[in-house]
Design a protein around this ligand. Structure first.
Ligand code: FDA
Length: 955
């Protein structure tokens, strides 16, 4: 068979060369650009980024401005034609000409891969393909919708495309559907309900397809969605009267072998053969990057040869199952296709039993050869305008220009450069000290979801447990007991909490000062080991810990899990950081002088934690103090004492000596204030509101008689964070990121986005899409993973945010508002427009799901508005203009600036977090400077000269 495969590979390879794609024709206008891109990586990056943003630019000035910003840079080597265009693009009239020429070039590029820009153009494209003896499967461009209105419109367009295909007739009709475009609330965390919703939504399309005997493929997207798509496929197969259905397997996924077995098992249950399209997979770069960012195993093969081998193996298996399956071999690689032909021959399959599939505009020579051989060929026909089609176009450009691409190697064989695909992919994602972030749970796995669900049930059965303060050697009950409740069901008691008071404060501080010398003398490695053991405990109990967060703080599944991960990160990161700081330090020491430095713990610390990150921030503040050699007294937030108690449990399991970490649940007035004013306290770490933070700062400045030190205050306070959305921003990305940044955890994060500053003409489309996105948000009890928004923390927070809704209506216009349940502390998410920079809605921290949109003339004005607040915590920019990115990078002085992504979710060790102005004082948490705040620097200088004898000069 090997020699037969080789023979066929040579035959198909020759056939492929008969039709040179315009993309690889260096003399054509499109091929010329690509040819240059293949030779220069700087130019390739600039070209793809420019192509990506071009459809969103609506004036010639903008085009020429971007052209210069992308290409007029030292690292980009330009072809002569583009250099001329660049020169031309400087004058107003000539800019028009250059813009028209460029647009037409990019359109020509898109036409290589996109068959029709509108449904009306589709029939012509289909007829042309039919004339070549191939059938088709039609794909509607556009992925990942952000609102239900968009999802519904997308489905309607599919139905229209089906009608067009029926009108054309002449062959086997097929559609290829991407489920991510059909449901704006699609999230694997709620996979079961998503599958049910999608099945229901697809029903009309399926019925129409069944009537005309059309074949519906469910395209395979990224790995996260794979299980969900296969589940949906299985559910659709069960619908009586369903049309012919097809699914897609990606050979680059290590799991595809097992998935094929599952598909075969499904297929055996039904009469008629199930179509299975085998592809190599189109999201390789994204899969590698995202897995590395999240610390998950990379789900794809990392060596191209492994993907090819897996493809060949799966082809053999698929064709072997041709009795129950209708295999579709989708590849433009002559060797892969030849292997399939050789296997089919060896199995004596007839051409009716399987087919080949190719993408529109790719491998046309091979397509002709296969048709001529009598094989069945189907072409994948993308339809849609350039803007929604950009993700598809960029994928095709990346794929075709990768040096691993078979087509590129066939048509441009003389170029060999080190592949950035593999080199970049292996870049480290963790710190040099071996610290690695705790990977979040992968909720796409059904086992993870059911374990999580079970943990919620377990914790539900433990609701009402007693929480006591920990003072000195153990638990200390008091006679002041208060319930902590579930914000989604205020009559559900999460814990009965013994409240600490002034006596417990005095006793705890006294005990902390007693143990201070011994703790300070404990070697750093030992102190760090306690933190690592506590981290291990939390890791072992991460599911129950997250469940407590859901009940007591009303966090959603992902947010609760992230809180636990961050707590583990703080423990391990600070353990590693302290080991670094503990290394002996020697300053410049001329002969006869020995200068060394060391750090000492500052003394007893107090951590006053917020309820919005009730485990992560509590852990971060208190364990930074601990590892630096300071006993710590922890006051959890009044609303979340049960979660706070998890830290005590973790350190008990770690064997921490008594008195080193004490725990005082209670009110801010009774406990927090007494701790702050206590003369036995040296350092106060606080995260919370600006009002309380400034009060602490003032109170801590007092030095009553007998107090022999000045207290140090580390304060993280509020934010009034803005995201600037530039004219050329990618709105798909911007809207999704704003939705998450503004409404994730109900907007109750100090990093949350509460202002959007829209630049120029982007205002209307942005507002329109944001409004639809907000109206689509599912609001309800976070125990149900389908709910994106839960209740606020308590009735006072609810009342406060409701007051801001009224203020917003008087200052601007309520453009959209979501829904909310009746029971619980909910506020429906709201979007206000026509807000001016001086309005209260633009100036005051709200801490709820309220978003204000402001309008700026240009990027300069946007930056000015963004900076016009008391705060400087987080900020963001969505822009594809390199010059504007550089400008905002420079001007937008906030603690954490995020570019082209959401502005929440800082990760320990990667994005140290914290702001300035009235957002806080202190170094950023989770960063290299943080521990220094809990340490006293000490320098020792020893004179080593004795009567002319200098030991260092002996040599
Ligand atoms: P070739 O042999 O050149 O292989 C390129 C592929 O190899 C890459 O795309 C990647 O999968 C893999 N690869 C590259 N570098 C690698 C590395 N370092 N390590 C490991 N593997 C590496 N895709 C998809 O994901 N979902 C879908 O639903 C569809 N649908 C679809 C329909 C039809 C009809 C066709 C023809 C194609 C698709 N595709 C797809 C796209 C398909 O995944 C893509 O075209 C192929 O990956 C290109 O593979 P070839 O065999 O043509 O080329």
């Amino acid at each position: 068979m090997t020699s037969r495969t080789e023979e066929l590979t040579a035959e198909l390879g020759d056939a492929l060369l008969q039709v040179r794609p315009a993309l690889f024709d260096p003399d054509g206008r499109v091929g010329g650009l690509i040819d240059w891109a293949l030779r220069d990586i700087g130019f390739r990056t600039a070209l793809f980024r420019f192509v990506d943003c071009l459809p969103s630019l609506d004036s010639a000035d903008e085009v020429s401005d971007h052209l210069r910003a992308y290409f007029d840079r030292d690292e980009v080597v330009l072809p002569a034609s583009l250099r001329t265009a660049l020169r031309l693009a400087t004058g107003r009239w000539t800019a028009q000409v250059a813009a028209v020429a460029l647009r037409s070039n990019v359109r020509a590029l898109a036409r290589q891969f996109i068959a029709a820009e509108t449904p009306a153009q589709l029939p012509r494209a289909l007829r042309r393909l039919h004339r070549h003896g191939v059938s088709t499967t039609i794909d509607l461009l556009g992925e990942r919708t952000v609102s239900e209105a968009e999802a519904v419109a997308h489905l309607a367009e599919y139905r229209a495309l089906l009608e067009h295909a029926v009108a054309v007739g002449g062959g086997d009709i097929s559609l290829s559907v991407k489920v991510s475009a059909l449901d704006s609330q699609l999230d694997v965390v709620d996979a079961q309900r998503c599958v049910a919703r999608l099945a229901e939504r697809l029903r009309p399309l399926l019925e129409e397809a069944a009537q005309v005997d059309a074949l519906i493929y469910l395209d395979m997207e990224d790995h996260q969605l794979k299980e969900l798509v296969l589940d949906l496929f299985q559910v659709l197969m069960e619908i009586p009267g369903a049309p012919r259905l097809g699914c897609v397997l990606q050979a680059y996924l290590r799991e595809s072998d097992a998935d094929l077995s599952r598909v075969v098992a499904i297929a055996r249950r039904y009469p008629g053969r199930v179509s299975v399209r085998l592809v190599k997979g189109a999201y390789w770069d994204t899969e590698v990057a995202l897995a590395r960012q999240r610390g998950w195993p990379v789900p794809v093969f990392e060596d191209k040869a492994e993907t090819d081998a897996a493809f060949a193996h799966l082809v053999t298996r698929l064709l072997g199952e041709a009795a129950v399956l209708k295999p579709a071999i989708a590849s433009h690689n002559a060797a892969s296709v030849a292997h399939a032909l050789a296997v089919a021959e060896s199995l004596a399959l007839t051409p009716e039993q399987y087919e080949f599939q190719l993408l529109y505009g790719m491998g046309e020579g091979m397509q002709k050869a296969l048709v001529a051989r009598g094989n069945r060929v189907r072409v994948y026909v993308p339809v849609g305008a350039l803007l929604p089609g950009m993700a598809y176009l960029v994928r095709r450009l990346l794929e075709n220009t990768a040096n691993t691409s078979f087509l590129r190697r066939t048509f441009v064989p003389d170029l060999s450069e080190p592949s950035p695909r593999t080199a970049g992919a292996t870049a480290r994602s963790s710190g040099e000290d071996g610290f690695r972030n705790e990977p979040p749970l992968d909720f796409s796995r059904v086992a993870v979801r059911s374990d999580f669900s079970r943990a919620i049930d377990q914790v539900r059965s433990r609701l009402g447990e007693v929480v006591t303060p920990v003072v000195g050697d153990g638990d200390r009950a008091t006679d002041r007991i208060q319930p902590s409740v579930n914000p989604a069901h205020p009559d559900q008691v999460v814990a009965m909490v013994h409240q600490a008071g002034p006596d417990e404060v005095d006793a705890a501080i006294a005990r902390a000062n007693e143990v201070q010398p011994a703790w300070q003398a404990t070697p750093v490695q030992e102190r760090a080991a306690y933190l690592r053991r506590a981290a291990a405990y939390l890791r072992d109990h991460r599911l129950t810990a997250a469940a407590w967060l859901i009940f007591e703080a009303a966090k959603g599944w992902r947010e609760a899990d992230a809180d636990v991960c961050e707590a583990i990160d703080f423990l391990e990161y600070y353990a590693a950081e302290m080991a670094r700081l503990d290394r002996p330090r020697r300053y410049a020491s001329p002969p006869g002088e020995d200068n060394t430095g060391e750090y000492l713990g500052r003394g007893v610390a107090v951590a006053i934690a917020p309820w919005n990150f009730p485990l992560a921030i509590l852990t971060g503040m208190s364990t930074a103090a601990l590892v630096a050699g300071n006993p710590v007294v922890v006051k959890p937030a009044s609303n979340t004492p049960r979660v706070g108690r998890l830290l005590v449990e973790a350190f008990r399991a770690a064997g921490l000596p008594a008195g080193v970490l004490q725990f005082l649940p209670g009110s801010g007035g009774a406990v927090g204030d007494a701790l702050v004013r206590h003369s036995g306290v040296h350092t106060i770490a606080f995260t919370g509101s600006r009002e309380v933070g400034l009060g602490i700062h003032a109170a801590a400045a007092q030095t009553p008689a007998g107090q022999r030190h000045v207290k140090r205050v580390i304060c993280e306070m509020g934010g009034k964070n803005a995201i600037i959305v530039d004219r050329d921003a990618d709105l798909d990305e911007a809207v999704a990121a704003i939705r998450q940044s503004a409404f994730g955890y109900q907007g109750q994060k100090c990093s949350a986005c509460s202002r959007v500053i829209a630049v120029g003409a982007v205002h209307e489309p942005l507002v329109e899409r944001l409004a639809q996105a907000i109206e689509s948000l599912a609001v309800g009890d976070p125990v149900n993973p389908g709910n994106r928004i839960g209740p606020l923390i308590d009735s006072a927070a609810q009342a406060k945010v409701e007051r801001y809704l009224a203020i917003g209506q008087s200052e601007g216009r309520l453009r959209a508002q979501g829904r909310k349940p009746d029971e619980g502390y909910y506020v429906a998410p709201a979007l206000f427009t026509d807000i001016a920079p001086h309005h209260r809605l633009a100036q005051e921290e709200i801490f709820g799901p309220v978003l204000a949109v402001l309008h700026a003339r240009d990027i300069e004005e946007a930056a000015t508005i963004a900076l016009d607040t008391d705060y400087a915590l987080t900020g963001g920019l969505f822009s594809r203009h390199p010059g504007h990115v550089a400008y905002v990078r420079e001007r937008f002085r906030v603690g954490n600036l995020y570019i082209n992504r959401g502005i929440t979710g800082a990760i320990v060790g990667r994005q140290p977090f914290g702001g300035f102005a009235l957002s806080g004082i202190g170094s950023q948490a989770g960063g290299a400077d943080y521990l220094l705040q809990f340490l006293l620097p000490r320098t020792i200088c020893e004179n080593t000269l004795r009567r002319g004898f200098v030991p260092e000069m002996l040599e």
